[in-house]
Design a protein. Structure first.
Length: 247
């Protein structure tokens, strides 16, 4: 009996630590709920992804014409403003970077990002893009709060500007600051609110890319609900009609 209890405790311990590490081991500085029903936001996210990320990252499980159809972007606009690495709308989104070079340039090959929000979670990706900070000890001069020692440069610095780490986290919180223990020391071309929305659009687009069918599934779900409600009313009226003469 005692042994069984021991085994069970050990098992529970393993399960709990598994859950903790799945959640990143510690709380994320920012929480985010992706909205894949906001087509305007997805369009902005797609444009920004192509402009700022596709130079290094592919999204090889997604094709341009699928984006065009889902996000209501006409083909000529798709070709002129989103397609930098291909001219065939049926192509998958490859990155512009030669794979063999990437490893020597960054020490890491930039991973494919199609399924990134599902692998890491939406809030993780959102926090990652907001928590690059200056760190002279790193080769590129930047570090990241949720991916320590990341080898990706802070590619959005011209928009966000530069943040530094706050030394005493307690004081940071006491002064009424929320979120990451980081301080903006030099603002980029966007205000912090604008940058927040910019990252939100990007993450919405990445969440869409990870599950393009979701948009349609939700739409079909609503239609099915309406259909069932109408059917319910009809059945009720039919029942009343059947029983009218009996009562
Ligand atoms: C100059 C090349 C480059 C550009 C441009 C770039 N990245 Fe990266 N990215 C990398 C590299 C290299 C890594 C690998 C980092 C590591 O594992 O240390 C990475 C990693 C990531 C990761 C973490 C992957 C993981 O799960 O470990 C995410 C998310 C990401 N990039 C998103 C983006 C987004 C979004 C953009 C556009 C705003 C972008 N990247 C632009 C080079 C780039």
């Amino acid at each position: 009996m005692k042994r069984l209890a021991k085994v069970l405790t050990a098992f529970a311990g393993v399960m709990l630590s598994g859950a903790a590490s799945a959640a990143g081991g510690h709380a994320l500085p920012y929480e985010y709920n992706a909205d894949v029903s906001n087509v305007a936001s997805l369009q902005r996210g797609a444009r920004d992804f192509m402009a700022y990320c596709s130079g290094c990252h592919s999204m090889k499980y997604l094709r341009y014409n699928r984006i065009g159809k889902d996000l209501q972007i006409p083909e000529d606009l798709l070709k002129s403003s989103l397609m930098f690495t291909s001219d065939k709308v049926g192509d998958q989104i490859h990155s512009a970077m030669p794979v063999d070079k990437a490893k020597t340039w960054f020490g890491q090959t930039p991973p494919d990002l199609t399924l990134e929000t599902r692998a890491r979670g939406v809030s993780w990706v959102y926090s990652y893009l907001r928590t690059f900070y200056v760190d002279p000890k790193r080769p590129l001069g930047v570090n990241n709060l949720v991916l320590p020692n990341a080898s990706m440069p802070h590619v959005l610095w011209s928009l966000q500007g530069w943040q530094v780490k706050v030394e005493h986290e307690g004081e940071h919180a006491a002064e009424g600051h929320h979120g990451a223990p980081l301080k903006l020391v030099q603002q980029g071309s966007m205000t912090p609110d604008e940058y927040e929305r910019f990252v939100g659009d990007l993450v919405n687009f990445m969440a869409y890319a990870a599950e393009p069918g979701k948009m349609h599934r939700t739409a079909v779900g609503y239609k099915a609900m309406v259909y069932l409600i109408v059917l319910l009313v009809l059945c009720y009226l039919l029942k009343k009609e059947f029983w009218r003469d009996i009562h």
